[in-house]
Write a protein that binds this ligand. Structure first.
Ligand code: ZN
Ligand code: ZN
Length: 307
């Protein structure tokens, strides 16, 4: 029996032969908006919350990841967009894309399938709710903003660690196979990397609910969808005049992460620029020249003090 309604017997009463028939019955219930109706019908129709959450997260991941990678694949085939490509001479070949697609699919089914299927029992233990109605949009917005900030912090440090010696050689090197990334390469990584960097996406909301005791699963769904969009877009290889980083200067975007793939060093954060800026780990020749100039001025100043 699903716990999607406060009254547990209600899920059994609205369940019908098909999803659409269940949805029609749910639509007759008062005080539910259209998103809540689709959500409640999904849980009521499946009738098993472990299966409903597992299937929902698996489908959400596949749909968002490949759905977001497809427009970038199409853009790569259209010469008009070449002027916006950050490394314009490096267009991914069909062979490279095919290799990447096979590897990502294998990793999704083998590595990520297990955590996805065990996710609902974990949610229940932590107190992550599936029940309708949803929290307010304002609350979801604030929680998602916080997750973006926390994930970025985790990503910065874990990614920086992955660039040291054995961590790079045996784990992170796989992700750097493509010096000019394309959308699909966002999750092209060693399983150990997928799990440890992925912890930033799932672990931060877990810490949040451990602290507050209150989080809705739909907020997690929205957060994971937006995080997938961010990850795929940052690997797209394109920087448009209308890209988000042109309006929000602290947003990393593709330009930031493309430089990381190009130079293998610097720009370790995922969503924002502040960690790399504050800790002086920005990538690229301009950042390197500015760093060297700062070091030269500092050396001059300390030499003067000694005189
Ligand atoms: Zn890296
Ligand atoms: Zn990358």
């Amino acid at each position: 029996m699903s716990s999607v309604f406060a009254n547990v017997t209600l899920a059994g009463l609205v369940k019908d032969g098909t999803y659409m028939e269940t949805l029609h019955k749910v639509q007759r219930l008062p005080h539910l908006n259209v998103f809540e109706q689709y959500w409640a019908a999904w849980y009521a129709y499946i009738g098993n919350d472990i299966l409903a959450t597992g299937l929902l997260f698996f489908l959400l991941h596949e749909f968002m990841y490949f759905g977001r990678s497809l427009p970038w694949f199409i853009i790569d085939q259209i010469p008009y967009f070449r002027k916006y490509k950050i490394q314009p001479t490096k267009i991914p070949s069909a062979k490279e894309q095919w290799h990447c697609l096979k590897s990502v699919l294998l990793s999704h089914f083998l590595v990520e399938a297990v955590p996805i299927w065990t996710f609902h029992p974990l949610c229940e233990r932590l107190g992550i709710k599936v029940q309708v109605p949803f929290p307010s949009w304002q609350r979801m917005g604030l929680e998602i903003t916080l997750f973006f900030i926390l994930e970025d912090m985790w990503h910065y440090w874990a990614h920086r660690l992955f660039h040291y010696g054995v961590f790079y050689k045996y784990i992170h090197k796989q992700h750097h196979r493509y010096a000019a990334p394309f959308g699909l390469t966002a999750e092209y990584a060693h399983p150990a990397e997928a799990l440890s960097l992925g912890f930033g996406t799932v672990g931060m909301p877990i810490f949040y609910v451990l602290y507050t005791g209150d989080l809705h699963l739909v907020t997690l769904c929205l957060w994971i969808s937006l995080r997938l969009f961010q990850a795929v877009d940052s690997h797209s290889g394109y920087d448009f005049p209308w890209s988000l980083n042109k309006f929000l200067p602290f947003w990393a975007g593709a330009e930031h992460h493309d430089l990381h793939h190009h130079y293998f060093i610097g720009n370790y954060a995922s969503s924002f620029r502040w960690w790399d800026f504050c800790l002086d780990t920005e990538a690229g020749p301009e950042a390197k020249a500015a760093r060297e100039e700062r070091m030269r001025l500092q050396a001059e100043r300390s030499a003067k003090k000694r005189v």
